[in-house]
Design a binder for this molecule. Structure first.
Ligand code: PMP
Length: 360
């Protein structure tokens, strides 16, 4: 069986060229006589792999020199704890609540201090991004926290909250590298890589250097301190070495496409194929207000649970995988990350048109 179109929200589709290259290097990585999986993380070959991955990511995102790049473990979920443990000096933080992943982040932060939810879109099932101008930011807040792209609900920030000289922390798990961002606007950016970058098991953290200190909450385990990882260039303990190697290849793949500006253009083109259809047909409907639509995760419904299930089933039979919406939302969701080819989105829309004709 050949490759199918995988619309999974994560772990997700990876560039075929990267998978082929990794396959070629599987048994003998560039004359070392071993796979990267079998290699010491202290070897020269691996040191080059991780240094090169960081260098390419820095180039892609134009990361200023006073930011550290870390390759960590524990999933994005572990950052929900590391952020407060390392940054909550006053034990107060402001969170903008936009879905399941901020819910988890808020619950975690509450273990360490006071959490003010300064804006929320819960009133309309997280189908929009709250107004971020003139927010009531708490004077004593250590940071303001957002989830930049909401994987489950399919919303994204098109303007950042005005936080003045306060720290902005962003979970970019589901849209990192999908378009250019101004890293200097953030104190911390983090992302689990299993959507837009690589295999599950690696978390990229981009953190301003002055935030990396010994001054963490009492009881913070060594492994959850940014400083230990920063001081050791992500090699304090054994890192998720094979994952980092694949991440490096994906960074190069994006660079070869032309970087993040080119990636954004492609992503806009892909998303508009699906959104244009959703806006013009009589069966499927997008669930997000237009101005806050994600380029990466596109939820839609028919209005009938029965028809939704029929659609998902028939789509699967034709090789369109993982279109079922998140279990908390229902309906359908097409995740069209960087590595989803435009042909995949075109083929999906063709199938949706056919399904519409057949089920009118
Ligand atoms: N944040 C966002 C935006 C996510 O989409 C996810 C996972 N889908 C997470 C956090 C949690 O990531 P992990 O499973 O790596 O802990």
């Amino acid at each position: 069986m050949g490759r199918i179109y995988n619309f999974s929200a994560g772990p997700a589709v990876l560039p075929e060229a990267v998978l082929r290259e990794a396959a070629e290097e599987m048994l003998d990585y560039r004359g070392t006589g071993m796979s990267v999986m079998e290699m010491s993380h202290r070897s020269k070959a691996f040191e080059e792999i991780i240094a090169d991955a960081e260098k390419t990511l820095r180039e892609l995102m134009n990361i200023p020199d006073h930011y550290k790049v870390l390759f960590l473990q524990g999933g994005a979920s572990q950052q929900f704890a590391m952020i407060p443990m390392n940054l909550m000096k006053n034990r107060v933080a402001d969170y903008i609540h936009t879905g399941q992943w901020t819910k988890r982040a808020i619950a975690e932060a509450k273990m360490y201090g006071k959490v003010n939810v300064i804006a929320s879109s819960e009133d309309k099932t997280f189908s929009y991004i709250p107004e971020v101008k003139n927010l009531k930011i708490s004077d004593d807040a250590d940071y303001i926290y957002i989830c930049h792209n909401n994987t489950i609900y399919g919303t994204k920030y098109n303007a950042l909250p005005e936080v003045g000289d306060k720290l902005l922390v962003a979970d970019m798990s589901s849209d990192i590298l999908s378009e250019p961002v101004d890293v200097s606007k953030y104190g911390v950016i983090f992302a689990g890589v299993q959507k837009n970058i690589g295999p599950a098991g690696v978390v990229v953290v981009i953190i301003r250097e002055d935030l990396i200190t010994e001054d963490v909450l009492p009881g913070t385990p060594t492994m959850l301190r940014y400083k230990i990882h920063a001081d050791n260039d992500s090699l304090y303990n054994t890192p998720p070495a094979y994952g980092i190697y694949i991440c490096g290849k994906v960074f190069k793949w994006i660079q070869n496409i032309g970087g993040l500006a080119a990636m954004k253009k492609i992503n806009e083109e892909k998303a508009s194929i699906l959104y244009d259809y959703l806006d013009s047909n009589n069966m499927f409907k997008g669930t997000v207000v237009k101005k806050d639509r994600s380029l990466m995760n596109i939820p839609f419904v028919t209005g009938s649970e029965e028809l939704d299930a029929k659609f998902v089933k028939e789509a699967k039979a034709l090789g369109f995988e993982n279109l079922k919406g998140h279990r908390t939302v229902g309906g359908m969701r097409a995740s069209i990350y960087n590595a989803m080819p435009i042909e995949g989105v075109e083929a999906l829309v063709d199938f949706m048109k056919k399904f519409e004709r057949e089920n009118r």
